[in-house]
Design a protein around this ligand. Structure first.
Ligand code: FAD
Ligand code: 2HG
Ligand code: ZN
Length: 488
């Protein structure tokens, strides 16, 4: 496999990369012109203020920026990009900065274009559930507004309190509801995007069906800020469920966990709303670092846990469907322990065990994070292979993820960023995945961390076409350089 650039021990700091000489340096002139566009409150240049924007959620990607810009409208975004394109200034679009692959933070001195002040909901159609909003709407707040109309966002993830809908679309975020509602590629109906040269692309249709020519918005979904800045999103909200039930199950083998998933699809059908798994190591970390209680206290730490959620509309019998399903699982000895949340508070506590693993890992140490799509039957083999391979070098080797999507989150920690451990893991983890025709990025994207890995999952022809599109839409390459695509 071809690597496009290599990394050193300080692999995610600017030292591991080279600033491209084609970009201009930010000057007093730029500061003056850009603050004219966004106003004095829309620009930050003091490093004390900009550091949070150049440090990612994992705290493992630390870069620097000349300025953070916070436009309030699409017109301001267009004016910023026109200026930056004319001046050859590199720009990093940023939403809630919860990305996990270093895609939303600048490396050297790139300007951060934050959508945090673009958070207006333009319209909610109470009949159809079609929503039109600005890119900077925080997912949780957006979802709360939809709840007032009996709707919910079609995507949900642990970072809901900070991530923005624009960031979700830019990464094509998966999350815990994909098993029920599918990917954002299906639920996003329209986009408003600003090209690198400041041209506003109005793909803001609010139609469920539209087969006139190519579906251009798809190009920008999952493009990680490299092709344009998303300023507006139109999407189809889903009906908000009335009865939600959560079961947390313990299994003695991964094969049993797969069987629980297979049967949950068959038996729970349209009321199945989530099917997640975590291993005993993940449970140990959330217990130890976050003080979250194992619901099976006093019993052994089981090797695998599966969270099954059902959600139904008013009058549905989703709760009793889940109960009968669980009884059968016990009878057939597919689960060794199980708990059904009695109320919303317990359900939230069970969800926390799964959703807060990333937080526990961050406390455990330096994290080597992998997000892989694999054939379900082989998904956990990689965790086992990794444990064997790393021997005692890794502090923790943890496997969890979106079981229903065939998406493994493999995380290994060490006390310090260890080059020795990194070299044991990579490229093995990518080669192993590629040899099973898996994906080296199931849902987090490539960002800075995996830009050099694209060829493990995409053919040379596909990569070439991506580069051609990048050149067409952003000929000067000012949008999110060093990320996602190989250097060109
Ligand atoms: P940012 O982190 O700000 O940016 C992410 C990328 O999108 C960057 O490349 C950036 O340049 C680009 N971008 C952001 N906004 C725009 C825009 N308006 N226009 C163009 N480009 C833009 N991800 C999942 O897929 N599934 C999960 O289950 C999941 N769970 C998570 C749980 C936790 C606790 C955390 C911290 C993260 C999780 N993530 C998950 C990763 C992350 O939250 C998602 O990728 C999220 O969609 C990023 O949104 P954001 O607004 O924070 O984007
Ligand atoms: C999740 O599903 C997120 O919890 C984070 O995608 C995964 O930290 C990770 O590896
Ligand atoms: Zn995930």
């Amino acid at each position: 496999m071809k690597k496009f650039f290599s990394r050193s021990a300080s692999r995610f700091s600017a030292a591991a990369f080279q600033r491209s000489a084609k970009f201009a340096k930010f000057t007093e002139f730029d500061a003056r012109e850009l603050s004219r566009i966004v106003g004095p409150n829309g620009i930050l240049t003091d490093p004390n203020d900009t550091t949070p924007y150049s440090t990612d959620w994992t705290r493992q990607f630390q870069g620097a920026t000349a300025a953070v810009l916070k436009p309030k409208s699409t017109a301001e975004v267009a004016a910023i990009l026109r200026h930056c394109n004319d001046r050859n200034l590199a720009v990093v679009p940023q939403g809630g900065n919860t990305g996990l692959v270093g895609g939303g933070v600048p490396l050297f001195d790139e300007i951060v274009l934050s959508t945090s002040r673009m958070n207006e909901i333009r319209a909610i159609d109470a009949t159809t559930g079609i929503v039109v909003c600005e890119a900077g709407c925080v997912l949780e707040r957006l979802d709360a507004r939809l709840a007032e109309h009996g709707y919910a966002a079609p995507v949900d993830l642990g970072s809901r309190g900070s991530c923005q809908i624009g960031g979700n679309v830019a990464t094509n975020a998966g999350g815990t509801r994909l098993v029920r509602y599918g990917s954002l590629r299906g639920t996003v109906l329209g986009l408003e995007v600003v090209k690198a040269d400041g041209t506003v692309l109005d793909f803001m249709t609010s139609l469920r069906k539209d087969n006139t020519g190519f579906d251009l918005k798809q190009l920008f979904i999952g493009s990680e800020g490299t092709l344009g800045v998303i300023t507006g999103v139109s999407f189809l909200a889903v009906q908000r469920s009335v009865t939600v039930d959560v079961a947390y199950l313990a299994c003695s083998s991964f094969n049993d966990a797969i069987e629980v998933y297979r049967r949950s699809r068959r038996r729970l059908g349209e009321v199945l709303s989530a099917c997640e798994f975590m291993d005993g190591e993940a449970m140990r970390l959330v217990n130890t670092h976050l003080g979250l209680e194992n619901p099976f206290l006093g019993r052994p730490n089981y090797p695998f846990y599966v969270l099954v959620e059902t959600a139904g509309s008013a009058g549905s019998n989703s709760s009793s469907q889940l109960e009968t399903f669980l009884e059968d699982l016990f009878e057939e000895k597919l689960v060794c322990d199980g708990i059904l949340a009695a109320d919303g508070r317990q359900a939230t506590a069970l969800w926390a065990l799964r959703e807060r693993i990333a937080e526990a890992l961050r406390i455990d140490g330096y994290v080597h994070k992998y997000d892989l799509s694999l054939p379900l039957s082989q998904l956990y083999e990689l965790v086992e292979a990794m444990r064997k391979r790393t021997g005692g070098i890794a502090k923790s080797v943890v496997g969890y993820g979106h079981l229903g999507d065939g998406n493994l989150h493999l995380n290994l920690t060490s006390d310090e960023n260890s080059e020795q451990l990194a070299n044991v893991i990579e490229p093995f983890v990518y080669e192993w995945t590629a040899s099973r025709r898996g994906s080296v990025s199931a849902e987090h994207g490539l960002g800075l961390m995996k830009a050099h890995c694209i060829s493990y999952s995409k053919s040379p022809e596909a990569i070439q076409m991506m580069m051609d599109l990048k050149r067409m839409l952003d000929p000067k390459g000012i949008l999110n350089p060093y990320k996602t695509l190989p250097m060109y």
